[in-house]
Design a binder for this molecule. Sequence first.
Ligand code: AHG
Length: 331
Amino acid sequence: MSKIKVGMTLDEFIIQEEKGYPNASGDLSKLLRDIGLASKIINREVNKAGLVDILGKIGKENIQGEEVFKLDEFANDTLISFLKYGGQCAGVASEEEDEIQVFNNEEAQNAHYLVLFDPLDGSSNIDTNASIGTIFSIVRRLSEDTITEKDFFRTGREIVAAGYVLYGSSTMLVYSTGNGVNGFTLDPSIGEFCLSHYQMKTPETAKQFSVNYGTIAHWNQRLKSFTNWCTLENKEEGTPLTLRYIGSMVADFHRNLLKGGIFIYPASPKSPNGKLRLLYECIPLAFLQEQAGGLSTNEKVSILDIQPEALHQRTPIALGSKKLVEKFLSF
Ligand code: AHG
């Protein structure tokens, strides 16, 4: 009989899950625990951001020309130090680092995994107290000896786990190792993530769509026709839908995962590949979306089938409830 119970801690859950895989080394579980631990430290700083001198920009830009906020840098450094010395991670790719970071310290020498992450997605929302999050995916290293970018350029079909931590009105860790999606809410009284959302499924149909309407002048015909369909009064089709857009992908994604919906960040003439990053934003969320019964697309193929070619590659993306994504693609 399954010993999985709502309310159990992340550690207990991982131990129970491991029992289903007697040959598992436990390395992936330890890695997930390290990410959970790092995110608790990040959560602590996010929560007290208004009290201490940690809000605002640090006065430099990242490789993508975006301003770096102090909390971005703190989250990045925290994740790297937990992963570097945790013993399971041989290197990382981060939105905040120009290049991959290969760990040369003793603890990392026999590590089998690589972690790709956006340490703080939605950081332009930090100063206004809106929800932000950490997004990550985990792949197995390919090279026995020297790790190169190629080890990180893996499609979504090759990743072994993905997840995010949402720093919202409560803090949640949501992840999948390819056997469904489970969500854990941080209980601040005991400092533990506890299972709150077991085997999450995205509703097939939904009433919400999420896109930055302010950019309509740059949309392609498909997106214009689809959003027009979303706003029509048509009971049979289930429209109109409600527009919900936070401007923090991880928060928009989380809401749509629970309630059903579609999130779209399109290409435009100015940004022919859109804005969002393939490796550490789109692939992890697409993996979770498909694990939860939804779909993802760049309007040609599933996000999970795109072969990455550059570390900070961008892609247009639409993901969400199956029927809504299919409807979007039908235009
Ligand atoms: P940032 O981390 O720089 O705040 O970017 C957030 C990302 C993503 O999380 C969000 O969906 C998108 O940018 C919003 O972009 P627009 O403001 O262009 O809609």
